[in-house]
Design a protein around this ligand. Structure first.
Ligand code: ZN
Length: 301
């Protein structure tokens, strides 16, 4: 299923993706309350010809291999599934205008690890600012990345195509980071509206507003998401947030039972002090604590 609009689901038949034929479907009653989201593999009955004016019915949703979720905010445990069956999370971040938001990158990373998606940092607008600081902060995580400038160089575009080829990738990023520009470069016919950032309010305007899966010309899919201003992790337990930092696990094992990792008796400071080389683990611990504080509503920004 590649898009949904007011109860009408756009579906593409497996094996016929290249033909570009789309089938419009509605939910069948037997689905009950089960959600259908972009990326779901569904079974259709009824008129699946795709002819204009026809409407098929979705009768079954296949088990999901991955689920990307968010909650409205960090203190809200109600989760919403955004995308099913993705393999990679492309985190689009501008190096300037608007400036990078490391806390948002961190939470996207936790969401990616929690969902079992491979993260990919896509750093845009390198013509305005150097990527060095961001790369220094995230290289210790071993996250793959691509730095692009404007205009988008053909070599960068080729590298991006290679990173996305044959895979199902979700692109996330807040308004104005250049996500639509990347999508339009990859799939010129997609015609995603390019967002602009208003200097007065800082809010994006004219941004594309719905989650939609777009087939890459060389195979694979990108799933574009609306300009997300927040990405709550309230549905992810503190333990699972900690598990998204496996490089700190040995230190966590020395913590007292029930350690929140935010108080003075946390063993991680001593462990990091003993094992850190070049500050990488200290940066990771700082990142973990920023996320844990945010989940507790203790984030000061
Ligand atoms: Zn601890």
């Amino acid at each position: 299923m590649s898009a949904v609009d007011r109860g009408r689901y756009t579906c593409v038949v497996q094996g016929r993706e290249a033909a570009g034929q789309e089938i419009t479907a509605m939910r069948a009653r037997e689905l009950g309350r089960k959600s259908v989201v972009v990326g779901d593999m569904v079974s259709l009955v009824g008129d699946a010809s795709g002819d204009q004016g026809t409407l098929a019915r979705i009768v079954r949703v296949a088990p999901r291999r991955s689920v990307l979720r968010r909650s409205a905010d960090d203190t809200d445990p109600v989760e919403r599934v955004i995308v099913a069956n993705a393999e990679q999370l492309g985190i689009v971040t501008a190096l300037a205008d608007p400036p990078p938001r490391p806390r948002l990158i961190d939470r996207f990373l936790v969401a990616a690890y929690d969902a079992g998606l491979a993260p990919l940092l896509l750093l845009t607008k390198a013509d305005l600012a150097s990527p060095d600081d961001i790369l220094a902060a995230y290289n210790p995580l071993g996250v793959r990345y691509l730095v692009t400038g404007r205009p988008l160089a053909e070599a960068s575009l080729d590298e991006l195509r290679a990173l996305l080829a044959g895979r199902i990738s979700v692109l996330v990023g807040h308004s104005g980071v250049g996500k639509s520009t990347l999508v339009n470069a990859l799939i010129p016919e997609a015609g995603r509206a390019v967002g602009t950032v208003s200097a007065v309010t800082g809010r994006g305007r004219h941004t594309s507003s719905s989650v939609v899966a777009l087939r890459l010309p060389g195979g694979g899919w990108i799933i574009d998401t609306p300009g997300l201003r927040s990405f709550g992790l309230g549905h992810i337990s503190a333990d699972r947030v900690v598990q998204a930092f496996p490089d700190l696990a040995e230190g966590v094992a020395a913590c007292p039972p029930g350690c929140t990792h935010l108080e003075a008796d946390c063993a991680l400071d001593a462990w990091v002090g003993e094992h850190d080389q070049g500050g990488a683990l200290a940066a990771r611990l700082d990142s973990l604590r920023r996320l844990l504080r945010s989940r507790e509503g203790r984030d000061d920004t």
